[in-house]
Ligand binder design. Structure first.
Ligand code: G4P
Length: 196
């Protein structure tokens, strides 16, 4: 997605060889127009999959997921990372280990909002090692929901999440794949190679 790549080039900050900061439009301040285009792009890529629901993980997955939900006309469920006062039992849950943050979080979704009748599109802001997405896949399995595919705003192609998910035969659509952050520069994967 060309406009997203331009935005990353113009506003992204390379923090290290493995971390890209995009607080200006995705992880802190949100650019709603950009987010709307992202939602429409996910919709066009998964339009024929019969999606009934979108599932994401709080917090930064929510904005692109809601825009995709608006465009597809389906509800959006966000998995919670922390215990909620009102979300106490009847949960699907999974442990997610973050290599980036070196901490484990339990994520959960109420059994009220996922069922065996759902065909789910998973959306997240970043794909790094894939642990968050694998946790969400585990919750879909617990619910008996079908997985339509995975939509990612920014995939870090030099980490192994994308390869793990694609090797399972899952359709992963990443709107920008960053292959390197070396020398303070963002290098994107060749468009044709990533079939964008
Ligand atoms: P994984 O799920 O793919 O294994 O990712 P990992 O544990 O490495 O990432 C943990 C958190 O850090 C996730 O956000 C993820 O989106 C974010 N992250 C990973 N790499 C980058 C990066 O290069 N840049 C930015 N900006 N974020 C990155 P989170 O903890 O769920 O935070 P949030 O959704 O509340 O923002």
């Amino acid at each position: 997605m060309q406009r997203l790549k331009q935005k990353i080039e113009n506003e992204g900050v390379v923090v290290s060889e493995s971390v890209l900061k995009v607080d200006g439009f995705l992880n802190h301040q949100i650019d709603p127009i950009m987010m709307q285009e992202i939602g429409e792009e996910f919709t066009s890529r998964f339009a024929n999959e019969g999606v009934t629901k979108i599932v994401t993980l709080e917090s930064s997955g929510i904005a692109p997921a809601v825009m995709a939900g608006l465009s597809l006309g389906v509800p959006v469920v966000f998995a919670r990372k922390s215990k909620s006062l009102t979300l106490t039992d009847h949960l699907y849950s999974a442990d997610v280990y973050s290599f980036t943050k070196q901490e484990s979080n339990q994520i959960s979704v109420s059994t009220d909002y996922l069922s065996k009748d759902d065909i789910v599109l998973l959306i997240d802001d970043f794909l790094a090692n894939g642990q968050a997405v694998l946790g969400m896949v585990s919750m879909l399995e617990q619910a008996g929901s079908a997985l339509a595919g995975i939509g990612i705003v920014i995939e870090k192609g030099f980490q192994d999440g994308g390869a793990i998910l694609r090797s399972r035969g899952i359709q992963v659509e990443s709107l920008a794949i960053v292959d390197s952050l070396a020398n303070g520069e963002v290098t994107f994967r060749d468009e044709k190679a990533s079939s964008e």
